[in-house]
Write a protein that binds this ligand. Structure first.
Ligand code: ZN
Length: 317
């Protein structure tokens, strides 16, 4: 329930006359940490202060990382201040210097902050060297410097990987859903269809004739370029239609842990969405004659690309 709603409820309660209880409730509400947390969560800032974010976002939420979803956003950065996205308390931090004899985690030096209401944020691959008095200062204000960007852990090239989670970490959300908008006016790139057969693959282009004997996994290369065409980032929405019927639609706003699998809000797991590093349309058994596939991709700013493939299939034994 948001604050406005609570106040409106209290107002109507007031009109029903019990002034004493009304005043008591208001005092309770103002004094409650919930009041601050509710207003805080609507107002997180980006962890790096820069006006060139659109060119420095190198990876987005939900991308394929071989066998799992990329669970955050990557900002290309070296030795810059990292700001806490909101106020809260430090719940976890690990630096190599804490235990030089133990193996390095994939996250490298990292910090997790609890913002209340089950919301957490995490910052990975930090440069060695904690902020002064960091271990003693557990209360963090929004915008406080919590470390410097680096290249520790599994990281090729200095960058900040950061994560925003809800429900005490059981749901990881796309930071773009709550942070201020980043400029992006270019629609996603959609490549050729790819028919995979074990380690071999072949492209299917619009207007082609293909000979096939059975069903095969069909995938497609899609990426969002951002303002600079050099980026290869994940997209926000993908939709695949085969012979004029939508067979898969997915939106990358959050992933949550269902049993032992992370699934997105469409209920799809990693293996439903990706195959060998590309977006997975499905194991398709084309009919003899003309077939068509429509691929739609949308980036987070609503820029959309649609590509149609019509091809002729010759079924062979
Ligand atoms: Zn990352």
């Amino acid at each position: 329930m948001n604050l406005k709603l609570i106040f409106r409820k209290l107002q109507s309660f007031k009109h029903k006359k019990n002034n004493l209880i009304y005043n008591f409730l208001i005092i309770l509400l103002i004094g409650s940490p919930l009041y601050y947390l509710n207003s805080e969560t609507l107002d997180f800032n980006w962890p790096i202060l820069t006006d060139s974010l659109s060119n420095r976002l190198t990876s987005l939420f939900g991308e394929s990382r071989g066998d799992h979803f990329h669970n955050g956003v990557d900002i290309s950065s070296d030795n810059e201040n990292i700001l806490s996205i909101g106020s809260g308390t430090i719940v976890y931090s690990r630096y190599m210097s804490d235990n030089p004899f133990s193996g390095e985690f994939g996250s490298g030096n990292c910090i997790w902050i609890n913002h209340g209401n089950g919301m957490l944020s995490a910052y990975y691959h930090l440069k060695e060297g904690r902020e002064d008095d960091f271990l003693n200062r557990r209360i963090i204000k929004k915008g406080d410097v919590i470390g410097k960007t680096g290249n520790t852990g599994h990281s090729s090239g200095s960058h900040l990987h950061f994560i925003i989670a809800k429900e005490n970490g059981r749901r990881i959300i796309n930071p773009l859903t709550i942070l201020s908008k980043v400029e992006d006016s270019k629609p996603p790139f959609i490549g050729s269809l790819i028919l995979t057969n074990g380690e071999n693959y072949t492209y299917i282009n619009d207007g082609e004739n293909i000979n096939i004997s059975r069903e095969f996994p069909i995938t497609i290369n899609i990426h969002d370029t951002g303002e600079k065409s050099g980026q290869k980032r994940g997209v926000h929405i993908v939709e695949f239609s085969v012979n004029n019927k939508v067979i898969k639609k997915s939106k990358f706003d959050s992933i949550s842990l269902e049993g032992q699998y992370w699934t997105n809000e469409t209920g799809l797991r990693f293996d439903d969405l990706y195959y060998k590093g590309n977006y997975y349309i499905g194991d398709l058994n084309f009919r003899s004659g003309q077939n068509n596939i429509e691929v739609r991709a949308e980036d987070f700013n609503g820029n959309q690309s649609i590509k149609y493939f019509t091809f002729n299939v010759n079924r062979i034994k």
